[in-house]
Design a protein around this ligand. Structure first.
Ligand code: BG6
Length: 479
């Protein structure tokens, strides 16, 4: 049980209720919230989909990822509160039905194909369903939010035509991860870290989201998207913003989001000279045989979509002047590893002139986001003995050793926050547009040309190593 109070009752209207996200992540998270006493007993779920179905069929589908053990009782309390509504997202009649079934608080959760985000918002707006007279009305939008700067601006304008910014919850599921939420605590609750968090002490920062999974059955979506759009302006920039922002004056959502927006706005637009794109060949990754990207179902055989990207990013603020942020992400790599590594500057070598460089590496702080959630600080210590000999050592804190992490999908806090009305973990319009603005030159440049091949199961294309080597640096090993 948590100390937090239960969220107020509301109807969660789930567009796309028969989809993967609903059963794999949302329903188990709602069951966990129920189990932990964080939901009002009158919280309901109204699932909408175009297919034939009824309440029982939806319950059956949503139950598929709920674990019987431990969550059975919470599911039993949830099941009777789940109902199905069949309808076409673009048909005005659906919204009349919805109106008849809703009163009081409602959260409209768009877990649909992105092409429906705007049209659904239009119809919700036109039918008065976003009117907050009888309770709160919130609009939750999943990813992807646009495919470039112009489309993101157009979608923001469309949503904001019907709802206030305070009603719109743009999801970035990385912000639901505990270790991502811990970044602000690691920084601002510790004098030790914040005192050295600037260009006087930090040499550079590396942000990595490496995956072993290949594109698999997502060929159609992925071939139109690619690694840059899929991961960088959203997930990786959110991590960068949390690392690089100035301290907000409170945990108030607007204070936090304003600081993040400011730093995203300060990211210098990235051109092809500071970027590498890769595409995996066939091989084995994560213990599985992987076909070459271009041989994946629903991928064009002559596709030039990238499955890997590495970037050198400049953040034009006083604090970070001259400190590069290196970002990389890719599919079918050697290990699953999401991490942020802060590389500190070397100490003046005066006392250690004869020490080989490998015996005195600069300090590194590693925020291991997933898996193996941890915080590690690499320092140098003296090897016991009569002479001064330095040895690298690592102070390590593993979350699993201190906390019972239990089974969580990462959507629990996001769902709770959208019910209590806390927008801290959701993207504001200006953050989204700032992210797209920074990568737009690359999107334009990469319409043509080819990514560099890399073997599935490797650490990525060799040019990614060269990107750092030209600055005299190297990547932290993916492991
Ligand atoms: C999604 C991307 O947003 O994030 C996927 O569309 C990616 O391609 C996923 O695999 C990674 O998320 P996580 O939580 O597994 O690190």
């Amino acid at each position: 049980m948590s100390d937090a109070a239960p969220a107020p009752a509301a109807t969660l209207v789930l567009f796309g209720a028969m989809g993967d996200l609903a059963s794999r992540l949302l329903m188990p998270a709602l069951v966990h919230l129920e189990r932990d006493g964080l939901l009002d007993g009158d919280t309901r779920l109204l699932g909408i989909s175009h297919g034939e179905g009824d309440d029982a069929a939806l319950r059956e589908k949503l139950k598929s990822f709920v674990e019987d053990e431990g969550d059975g009782e919470a599911w039993a309390r949830w099941a009777p509160r789940i109902a199905y509504l069949r309808g076409d997202f673009t048909d005005a009649a659906l919204y009349e039905d919805l109106k008849a079934r809703l009163d009081g608080n409602a959260v409209f959760y768009l877990a649909t194909a992105p092409g429906f985000f705007g049209p659904i918002a239009d119809r919700l707006g036109a039918s008065g369903l976003l009117d907050e007279r009888d309770g709160f009305r919130r609009l939750v939008v999943e990813k992807p939010f646009g495919t470039d700067l112009a489309s993101a601006q157009a979608l923001n304008a469309q949503l904001l035509g019907h709802a206030e910014e305070a009603q719109i919850y743009r999801i970035d599921h990385f912000l639901g991860k505990e270790t991502v939420q811990n970044i602000t605590v690691a920084r601002f609750a510790n004098a030790l870290t914040e005192a050295v968090w600037n260009n006087r002490y930090v040499d550079h920062v590396q942000i990595t989201a490496a995956e072993t999974v290949a594109v698999g059955s997502r060929g159609k979506f992925y071939d139109e998207t690619g690694a840059l759009r899929d991961m960088v302006p959203n997930h990786l920039f959110q991590l960068l913003a949390l690392i690089a922002m100035e301290p907000p004056n409170s945990f108030d959502a607007e204070a936090l989001r304003t600081e993040k927006s400011k730093v995203i706005a300060a990211v210098r637009a990235i051109g092809p000279d500071d970027a590498v794109r890769g595409r995996y060949l066939g091989g084995s990754a994560g213990g599985k045989d992987v076909p070459a990207y271009r041989e994946t179902p629903d991928v064009a055989p002559d596709s030039n979509t990238e499955t890997y990207v590495a970037l050198k990013v400049a953040v034009d603020t006083w604090r970070w002047h001259g400190v590069p942020f290196y970002l990389r992400t890719g599919k079918a790599l050697s290990a699953r590893d999401t991490e942020i590594v802060i590389h500190f500057r070397a100490v003046p070598p005066l006392m250690f002139r004869d020490t080989p460089a490998e015996a005195l590496p600069p300090n590194r702080l590693i925020l291991q986001i997933q898996p193996g959630e941890a915080l590690k600080l690499e320092m140098s210590v003296k090897r016991p003995g009569p002479v001064i000999e330095t040895v690298p050592a690592c102070l390590s804190f593993a979350y699993a050793d201190a906390f019972d992490l239990g089974h969580r999908t990462g959507y629990e806090t996001l769902l709770y926050d959208m019910l209590v009305g806390d927008q801290s973990l959701f993207q504001r319009a200006d953050q989204i547009e700032g992210g797209w603005r920074a990568v737009q030159p690359l999107l334009d440049a990469w319409r043509t040309g080819e990514p560099e091949d890399y073997a599935a199961g490797s650490a990525g294309p060799t040019s990614a190593d060269a990107l750092l080597a030209r600055d005299g640096r190297s990547w932290h090993e993916i492991s």
